[in-house]
Ligand binder design. Structure first.
Ligand code: PMP
Length: 469
């Protein structure tokens, strides 16, 4: 690793208390990550970590991938910024490359800087285009936390209860077959499928119908028929704890929304750019084509950029509204975007997600059979969740899932950190371990991850029985 030249650890520790919001601190003690190389991160002491979180599915092709670094340097030396109102050739180059990845008539692009901005714009578009106001999302979803989105994000408003959803926002029940009221034990005990079949075959039960009917009821009680503006959904819920929807659910909901005058927005912020392995966009595995797709994170390998892609007709609706963005689509971000797409293709990263992700899922499913605290293993490609439950209190017969408590999760997470493994935690009860590494990880990295997880769980059990935790 490179020599460390940042602030001292002690200084960071003292600043942590008053100078930095606690929301940007993942671990109890400061973690001074100062260097990255592909799937590896190094802290101030030169200690190496395997990054199985990838900055929340953001580092798509690898930390400091040489081709991305080169693209940034080269473009910065030619033209760095012209503001969102001017055009430049890199924008056209990027837009052409991006739309070549989109199905159907999705070929009009607005470049912005973050997932929240992309979803805000999508929210404006669905309202302008339909002339309706009501917007639907699914409980446990995450679409951003700016203005309107605080209400749409039914994880923030539910989990932290700090924002009402606001007017004209409706939340449908989350079709979670593991914890939800429909699905239940039969689904949970069915062998966990790997990504080849996931959304299609994982759940052959009545859950899709039941959750669909619940969403449809919203039209009986809260939204006048024919008057919906739009429906937002991730194709796998990310922050919500890698929640996959049962077979056929999303397709039926899309039909319902469209028959009521609304547009369907696919939030591919975490699931896009090949991460889920089988398809470039994960909405494709649901057999749907959205009206609007929002994307961010993996789009720029960590460079702040995002996009809204829609049809020319929907895009024209913005003429009757107002929108501007200073940095969106600046030449450097476009150069990054072009290189990210090339690297994904040329290095076969989507295929790597499929191969390594399948291998990882299989290993985790093996662990699930051994360890009672692993309640569920799910996901596709390199977007994987492991839901930890209280293995001593199995009430699943009664349809009750007892999440593993936060103290225990934090113990396991910190133990893994000590052993050089980073991953995320998500879900409304913060009991889902999330793995969304740079897409270049290998099977050897998976073996390391599994070995560390086993050791951390073993340590947890030993401490639990020793100290009655
Ligand atoms: N959509 C999804 C699915 C996300 O996971 C996130 C970020 N976690 C966002 C939107 C918002 O993105 P940003 O933080 O870039 O505003």
């Amino acid at each position: 690793p490179l020599p460390y030249k940042g602030v001292s650890y002690e200084k960071a520790q003292s600043m942590q208390l008053d100078n930095v919001f606690p929301q940007v601190q993942m671990y109890e003690e400061p973690l001074l990550l100062h260097e990255g190389k592909m799937q590896w991160l190094f802290d101030h002491k030169g200690k190496r970590y395997l990054d199985m979180f990838g900055g929340i599915a953001t580092v798509s092709v690898g930390h400091c991938h040489p081709r991305i670094t080169e693209a940034i340097a080269e473009q910065s030396g030619i033209l760095g910024h012209v503001s969102g109102a001017y055009e430049h050739p890199k924008m056209y180059e990027y837009v052409e490359a991006l739309v070549s990845k989109m199905p159907g008539d999705l070929k009009t692009v607005y470049l912005v800087n973050s997932g929240s901005e992309a979803n805000e714009l999508a929210m404006q578009l669905v309202r302008l285009h339909t002339g309706n106001q009501d917007v639907l999302s699914i409980q446990n979803c995450y679409h951003g936390v700016s203005g309107n989105l605080h209400g749409l994000t039914a994880l923030a408003s539910v989990k932290y209860n700090n924002m009402s959803a606001g007017n004209f926002i409706h939340h449908a029940m989350c079709p979670d077959v593991f914890k939800g009221i429909w699905g239940g034990k039969k689904c949970r005990d069915s062998p966990v499928q790997t990504q080849r079949s996931c959304e299609c075959d994982r759940v052959r039960c009545h859950a899709a119908d039941k959750y669909y009917e619940q969403l449809e009821d919203i039209f009986s009680y809260s939204i006048p028929r024919g008057k919906v503006a739009g429906f937002f959904a991730e194709s796998i819920q990310g922050v919500g704890g890698i929640v996959q929807f049962p077979r056929g659910y999303l397709k039926r909901v899309y039909e319902l929304i469209r028959s009521n005058g609304g547009l369907c927005v696919a939030d591919e912020v975490q699931t896009g750019f090949g991460r889920t392995g089988e398809h470039f966009w994960n909405f494709q595995s649901h057999g749907v084509t959205p009206d609007i797709v929002t994307m961010a994170k993996g789009i720029g390998n960590g460079f702040p950029m995002a996009a809204v892609v829609t049809t020319p007709a929907i895009a024209r609706s913005l003429n009757s509204g107002f929108h501007f963005n200073t940095f969106g689509g600046n030449p450097v971000s476009c150069a990054v975007g072009v290189s990210v797409l090339k690297v994904i293709d040329e290095e076969g990263l989507q295929k790597n997600c499929l191969d390594v992700g399948t291998y990882f899922l299989e290993k985790l499913c093996g662990m699930r059979r051994e360890w009672k605290i692993i309640g569920d293993v799910r996901g596709k490609g390199l977007m994987i969740g492991v839901e930890l439950i209280d293995g001593d209190q199995d009430d699943s017969d009664k349809g009750i899932i007892n999440p593993l408590n936060c103290r225990a999760i934090s113990r396991i997470k910190n133990d893994c950190l000590k052993m050089g493994l980073l991953f995320g935690v998500g879900g409304v009860r913060s009991n889902v371990l999330r793995f969304m590494p740079p897409m270049c990880v290998t099977k050897a990295d998976v073996d390391f991850t599994i070995a560390v997880l086993r050791r951390a769980m073993q340590n947890y059990y030993e401490a639990k029985y020793r100290n009655n935790l």
